[in-house]
Ligand binder design. Structure first.
Ligand SMILES: *Cc1c(COP(=O)(O)O)cnc(C)c1O
Length: 329
């Protein structure tokens, strides 16, 4: 088949590796969204995961696969925040040194959190790609092991464990709304769900401001996009011009990728807070935002993945109070 992919067996193996290291998060019905859609709508409360996002699934699985020599040398990653947090936490549990590289666009609260979790921090450049260059240097000069945020089979399989849980909790699921940036979450969830329930649709959702995966799918190959500020800051960053796994998997397994405006993302955050009593970050709000915008048609139960909660609380307050939330670029 040429295309490199991740199988259901690898995802089931990942589940054995991460059990006890991550939380099995609940899937709950949303009465308000169910009424709006005239269908059962469920929320996968993955923002309650340890470290505040699903990224702990992939990071824990990747660490479980390291040799003792690799653990001795340490791990490194470029991260817009949540992957760095997850890797720092997972590595500290194993007693492994972590150096996290990130661009200046990453919000200060995320940088501080990662430092508190025990990682060393390097701030480099204005883009994910600049941060990645520093990671490459640490790998070639100091022998650290890179744990990438999405384009890696162990990461994809780890994120895919969430797909197993969704099918267990909502066996007749018709449509799953999954936030997409680099596509590790979407690829893993889609690989698990399409293997267990081929008729289920997987709809990716991202922000209009710099959606690299959607631009790449439109171009037929990975392309660069300009990074810009978004409420969904965890969805920023490219997919890598040398993408090996997630581009092809997302292309082959997802049914569509929708893009939301900043106001539609803000509406998702506000709805989660006012109606569901959940504090979520912009990236996690795109599924709810897409439903509220009227962009989702389904023939049966819908599951929206709430992927993280690591939002600056001052910004969250501005959003839910309806104040101006845009940041200066
Ligand atoms: C990383 C992240 C995403 C996007 O995941 P990808 O695997 O890069 O597509 C979505 N939501 C949150 C909260 C994240 O941290």
């Amino acid at each position: 088949m040429g295309v490199q992919t991740v199988t259901l067996a690898e995802i089931e193996e990942a589940r054995r590796a991460v059990t006890g290291r991550i939380l099995r998060t609940p899937t709950v019905p949303s009465p308000s969204l169910s009424e709006l859609m005239g269908l059962p709508v469920h929320l996968k409360l993955e923002h309650r995961q340890t470290t505040g996002s699903f990224k702990l699934r992939g990071a824990s699985n990747a660490l479980s696969r390291l040799s003792s020599e690799e653990k001795r040398l340490g791990v490194t990653a470029a991260s817009t925040g949540n992957h760095g947090r997850a890797l720092a936490h997972a590595a500290r549990l194993e007693g492994v040194r972590t150096i996290i590289c990130m661009s200046r666009l990453v919000p200060a609260n995320k940088v501080d959190e990662i430092r508190r979790l025990g990682a060393e921090i390097r701030i480099v450049g204005n883009s994910q790609d600049d941060a990645q260059e520093e990671v490459d240097r640490l790998v070639s000069e100091d022998g650290l092991v890179m744990v990438p945020p999405f384009d890696n089979p162990a990461i994809i399989a780890g994120q895919g464990t969430m797909g197993l849980e969704i099918v267990e909790d909502v066996p007749d699921v018709d449509t799953i709304l999954v936030p997409v940036s680099g596509g590790g979450l979407a690829a893993g969830v889609a690989a698990a769900v399409k293997a267990l329930r081929p008729q289920a649709k997987i709809i990716g959702v991202s922000m209009s401001a710099g959606a690299a995966m959607r631009a790449s799918l439109d171009a037929g190959r990975p392309v660069l996009v300009e990074e810009s500020h978004s409420l969904a800051d965890s969805l920023g960053g490219g997919i890598g011009l040398d993408n090996r796994f997630t581009f092809a998997m997302v292309r082959d397994l997802l049914d569509d990728i929708l893009l939301l405006s900043e106001d539609e993302i803000a509406a998702g955050i506000s709805h989660a807070y006012a109606m569901e009593r959940e504090i979520i970050e912009g990236a996690a709000a795109v599924g709810i935002g897409a439903i509220l915008a009227g962009g989702i048609e389904a023939a049966g139960p819908v599951v929206a993945i709430l992927s993280g909660r690591n939002i600056d609380m001052k910004q969250h307050r501005r959003v839910v109070c309806g104040d101006a939330y845009r940041q200066e670029a």
